[in-house]
Design a protein. Structure first.
Length: 492
């Protein structure tokens, strides 16, 4: 036998041993063997992720069909997150029953589950143990300060880390703001204290970064708010504005400085010049899909496409005169009917839920005003601040909170306020509770030209409140937060 023949025989023997080990190795050294070829998790969609209220389910993909019962019994999340399982081949979807609480770190473990042969239904090898971590975003809120050094400035408070941060310079007086997705930036309108001749109507739109939800630790340590001008006031005064839920489109009501008759809606989109729209109306709202806009038009509310705003309305909802809010999924809108065509109810305002199939659900009647409403994350309850007339010689409206169960239609009174002014409700993305503020004003103050309510009264101070709804007014918690400010909003 030649040297080449002997080398060939040796290589054949070596390869035979390697192949034998690959086939029988699992049987020789068991499930914990380093060369175990049991099933494994190929992908986990929340691997090391920071999730938010919009993240309602994770996907876990295996490299082969699994025994569903074994996976269900052996998957552990700590702290627990109740949910339901569903399967599509090798993919497992776990849908949360409630949003994951913010400011938490979670550990997921899965071990002991086995593969399942599709043809025979028999169980096979035990899976390789899988472990992963994910977390929710820090709990945070934004508001406009009222303390002397923070008066009119935009502030973000990281509740999880107990860290306040002032985002805007002292010369800017913030009038209103809305939050971009994931809370990484805020869009706001403001006037410049150093230009007093312009007045409160001469606001400009700005964008500022918050420093929240940054991935890199070095970026967190060196963060400085980045402020940029979004829309100036050179030729037009900027009035009401709204940011689409996806952070792309911005709608702004503007009026020409030289020609007040030139009044209407403008659309701002990324990397495009502001576009003037042929729309004039009252309060408007952009739907959560960022593609449609609702605006009162005559004796009703018209729905327009932002992708083709010059076309005829996509839909028209007669009778309604006020758009209060949209459901988070955009499938429904909360509208107010002023009953102007009904003599019997002409002093009554009716609140309705109208879905995208034009099906109407009457929620309540009031002889006062619907101030604001917001959905809980599950969209099963609607929380509103409503007023009712108090009998007596003086015309007075009494504000109160209600919880409306959208499945049963039950209306539950939660709490009552002694006073109200410019109140907006903000529901936490994980359902913790509702934020609102109470404002203290001084109508006789002529020294403060900018920091004022919508009615024109100077804002002296403000108190932020958290309401945690209960089953009755007695079990509803109202907590005064340790912040002097107004117009609070949870960050998503």
């Amino acid at each position: 036998m030649t040297k080449i023949d002997r080398l060939a025989v040796i290589l054949i023997v070596i390869f035979s041993v390697v192949i034998a080990m690959g086939i029988g190795g699992d049987r020789l050294c068991g499930d914990d063997c380093p060369i175990n070829t049991g099933p494994r998790v190929k992908e986990f969609s929340w691997q090391n992720a920071a999730i938010g209220g919009e993240d309602t389910a994770f996907i876990m993909t295996f490299d082969r069909p699994m025994d569903a019962k074994g996976v269900t019994e052996n998957l552990v999340i700590d702290p627990p997150l109740p949910g339901k399982f569903s399967w599509a081949g090798k993919r497992l979807a776990y849908t949360l029953l409630q949003p994951a609480p913010y400011g938490e770190a979670y550990q997921l473990n899965l071990r002991g589950a086995k593969e399942k042969f599709a043809a025979s239904g028999k169980l096979g090898k035990t899976m390789q143990p899988f472990s992963s971590e994910f977390r929710t975003r820090d709990r945070a809120l934004a508001y406009i300060g009222t303390d002397e050094k923070e008066k009119g400035r935009l502030i973000v408070y990281n509740w999880t880390k107990d860290e306040p941060r002032v985002l805007t310079p002292p010369n800017l007086v913030v009038l209103d703001f809305q939050v971009y997705p994931e809370g990484k930036a805020i869009l706001f309108s403001a006037v410049d204290r150093n230009r007093p001749k312009e007045g409160i109507q001469d606001s400009q739109l700005y964008r500022v970064t918050t420093g929240l939800n940054l991935e890199d630790e070095a970026d967190k340590e060196s963060f400085v708010p980045n402020l940029e001008l979004v829309l100036d006031n050179q030729d037009y005064q900027n009035l009401q504005f709204q940011l689409a839920a996806d952070g792309q489109a911005i709608a702004v009501q503007r009026v020409n400085r030289e020609d007040p008759a030139d009044f209407g809606l403008w659309l701002l989109e990324p990397d495009q010049e502001p576009q003037k729209l042929n729309l004039v109306g009252g309060d408007f709202a952009i739907a959560p899909d960022g593609k449609t806009l609702a605006m009162p038009q005559g004796e009703g509310v018209a729905i327009f496409s932002l992708e083709n705003i010059q076309a005829e309305p996509l839909d028209f909802l007669p009778r309604f005169g006020q758009v209060v809010t949209f459901s988070p999924d955009g499938a429904s809108a909360v509208l107010v009917d002023f009953n102007s065509d009904n003599l019997e109810f002409r002093y009554i305002r009716s609140l309705y839920l109208v879905n995208n199939r034009n099906q109407e659900q009457k929620l309540l009647d009031t002889d006062g005003t619907v101030l604001d409403c917001d959905f809980d994350p599950s969209q099963s309850n609607l929380y509103c601040l409503v007023t009712e007339l108090v009998s007596g010689a003086d015309y007075r409206e009494q504000p109160y909170f209600v919880e409306i169960n959208l499945e049963t239609g039950d209306v539950n009174r939660l709490a009552q306020l002694n006073q109200f002014q410019d109140i907006n409700l903000s529901m936490a993305p994980d359902g913790l509770g509702l934020l609102f503020s109470q404002i203290v004003t001084d109508p006789t103050d002529d020294e403060e030209p900018f920091f004022r309510t919508r009615s024109g009264a100077a804002i002296v101070s403000g108190q932020l409140w958290l309401m945690v709804p209960g089953l009755t007014p007695e079990t509803t918690q109202l907590e005064a937060l340790p912040f002097a400010g107004v117009y609070p909003r949870w960050l998503p």
